[in-house]
Design a protein around this ligand. Sequence first.
Ligand SMILES: NC(=O)NCCC(=O)O
Length: 354
Amino acid sequence: LTEKIDQLVLPACAVEAALEGDFELQGYMFEASMEQLRTPRTVRVGLIQNRIVLPTDAPVLDQITALHKRIGEMVDVAAMCGVNIVCFQEAWTMPFAFCTREKEPWTEFAESAEEGYTTRFCQELAKKYNMVVISPILEREEVHNVLWNTAVVVSNSGSVLGKTRKNHIPRVGDFNESTYYMEGNTGHKVFQTQFGRIAVNICYGRHHPLNWFMYSMNGAEIIFNPSATVGGLSEPMWSIEARNAAIANHCFTCGINRVGTEHFNNEFTSGDGKKAHQDFGYFYGSSYVAAPDGSRSPGLSRTRDGLLVTEMDLNLTRQISDKWSFKMTGRYAEYAEELTRATKQDFKPNIIKE
Ligand SMILES: NC(=O)NCCC(=O)O
């Protein structure tokens, strides 16, 4: 169904800047029917995927600053393309070092969601470009000194609208994230922005249909899925999960994955009897947007930095909901009751035997 998608013509200055900055720039459009009582609710969304800039053994602040510079240049191009909401990849200010299980220096990348340099940096971008910025970082919550995997949502006014934390922490492959931070405690927040209602389902949460569902129950029209995931593990699932969530929940979904292979100084093992190694494998990019009608944009490159700009008419969410009525036909009260019973210690599965 990618053939249903029209390309979005992007300004020549943006195309040139992307060429000069050596990153891919793609633009697509999702249209909706014209309605009599509502005007189109058109919004432009930018997804940014990238490799890390400096080697993983460069000083921490240099690594962060180099990523700010790189992403700042890409946001400049997003602004030229009229982007209203931009989302970066999971833990965008750092290498995805959680495979190592080392605490130092990786926990030094953690920053305050409200006051950290990265949030300040995003606030500047948001104000300058009248753009909502979704900034997934490693958060240090300073009152209790707890680390979290958090997306900070900066409003286009430049103020911090709020933050939302990763609900599901992987226990698969080299994703040793449970060594560093806890399951999120912020529920399924939806942020009302000037450009639509948005939510952030961070990485591994995309394997949980009920996680997407709860954001949608709270009214999300666009659900972002900033990720860090590697070839050989999740690639066969990547093109399906966010797309299916868009269909099932009558909303737009945006999958973002980093690119490149990140090398670490010290070897680590995967607990599978294989030899110790110094990298996680390659992050395969392929960021894309899926629409509630089942269509999707082509993915960005598997290997290059990129900016994907999509224009979407949010009226499509209600139009598809009216057509398919999944929200209306869902038997949620029944599921809720059965689920409540299923989560109890004394639960007996409802299996009928002869
Ligand atoms: N970052 C993260 O949660 N990755 C886990 C692997 C996956 O979900 O593909």
